[in-house]
Ligand binder design. Structure first.
Ligand SMILES: C[S@@+](CC[C@H](N)C(=O)[O-])C[C@H]1O[C@@H](n2cnc3c(N)ncnc32)[C@H](O)[C@@H]1O
Ligand code: SF4
Ligand code: SF4
Length: 352
């Protein structure tokens, strides 16, 4: 059966991409990003086995006043959404104030958290800040989640955090699960547990080869990947399942697995502000020269946005990757995720 929502979303996306390039040719500046991610700290109260954020650590973090000045810039650019990830965002004692400030500037706000510190009081403060979206990690049922997160309290606290966010009426509460060799078998049971807890939005991501996930080779096998995609297809009736962008096109079944089509938004609708002000496409991209677009302490974000991100906008992969060059699915996949490319797990044709 034709998935109308998916069909409309692919038309919308194609139109946007065309208009993004045309607008630049005509007016010599790019549309602003619609959402900006702030990689706010790499400090963390957990040490998860699959953690990609462990690839870097920083002694120097942007201060509250630097972030607020940045929020001013982002809002002025016309960006609509500002979200914090990490590390663990709730370890920053200024997080609620910064989210409140971004809301006051007219942007939607969100955080991704492990939920460990998200008690009733924190949920109420976040709600009060005007926050729209909270993503809480849950990688399995109790034993599996605690094994992955290496903490015996982490499951209980994450479940409690989901409940607190529901109770205070946060607009969008999403549960996020990273599928890896550690929890693959547990996902169907986890789905039942999530339904009991009242989860409506479930983000599932495939482990990316960075940080501890690189050292530990967390990826699932090709057969497991096929089974996982079938599982998502069936369970879409139970939850709003959002499949992570690190496999932007899932082959012919994409419209049966995803509600809306997706793409790698780097340099087109999003960018990331790193812990020390370095700008790159997304937090998962290593903080190396290959992905660095500038630093917020040297230049303003508008300038970096306009001059940087060339390889994403010029569809460089179409010129440099011989397989992508002749691929009939290019317009849907656009060469896949740059981070998955780091170990060659980016192409869906290698899985299905
Ligand atoms: C980096 S964490 C930061 C927020 C918070 N500390 C947490 O764990 O939710 C954001 C999300 O990325 C996921 N993540 C971490 N390492 C990953 C990897 N190697 N591949 C894919 N997702 C990963 C986490 O499980 C979490 O859902
Ligand atoms: S996944 Fe999140 S909670 Fe786990 S170690 Fe990484 S940043 Fe910390
Ligand atoms: S060959 Fe390139 S464009 Fe085609 S599916 Fe693979 S990664 Fe995507």
């Amino acid at each position: 059966m034709l998935n109308l929502e998916y069909t409309y979303s692919s038309l919308r996306l194609a139109t946007y991409l065309k208009s993004f390039a045309q607008h630049y040719r005509k007016h010599n500046y790019y549309y602003p990003p619609s959402y900006v991610l702030w990689d706010c700290t790499r400090r963390c109260n957990l040490a998860c086995r699959h953690c990609g954020a462990s690839k870097e650590s920083y002694a120097d973090e942007l201060s509250e006043s630097e972030v607020k000045a940045l929020v001013d810039q982002i809002a002025k650019m016309g960006c609509r959404f500002f979200a914090a990830t990490g590390g663990e965002p709730l370890l920053r004692e200024d997080m609620v104030r910064i989210m409140a400030y971004a809301s006051e500037q007219g942007m939607g706000t969100g955080i991704a958290t492990n939920g460990y510190l998200l008690d009733e009081k924190k949920a109420a403060e976040l709600k009060q800040s005007g926050i729209k979206s909270i993503q809480i990690s849950l990688d399995g049922t109790e034993e599996i989640h605690n094994f992955i997160r290496r903490n015996e309290q982490s499951y209980q606290n994450a479940i409690a955090a989901i409940r607190h966010c529901h109770n205070v009426g946060i607009y969008m509460v999403t549960t996020a699960t990273v599928i890896s060799k550690y929890n693959y078998d547990n996902i169907p049971i986890l789905a039942d547990r999530l339904a009991e807890v009242g989860v409506k939005h479930w983000k599932v991501m495939f482990a990316m080869p960075i940080g501890r996930a690189e050292t530990d080779d967390c990826a699932i096998s090709k057969t497991q990947m096929k089974q996982m995609l079938d599982f998502i297809k069936v369970n879409r009736k139970r939850f709003h399942i959002i499949v992570g962008e690190n496999l932007p096109w899932l082959g012919k079944a994409d419209s049966k697995i995803r509600q809306e089509c997706t793409f790698c938004p780097v340099g087109i609708t999003t960018c990331c502000i790193g812990v020390n002000g370095n700008i790159r496409g997304c937090p998962e991209m290593p903080d190396t020269d290959e992905f660095l677009e500038g630093n917020i302490r040297d230049q303003n974000l508008w300038e970096i946005w306009q001059k940087g991100f060339r390889k994403y906008r010029s569809a460089e992969l179409r010129q440099t990757d011989t397989k992508c060059k002749s691929c009939s699915a290019w317009s849907k996949c656009r060469g896949g995720c740059w981070v998955m490319r780091l170990n060659g797990t980016h192409c869906i044709k290698d899985y299905i």
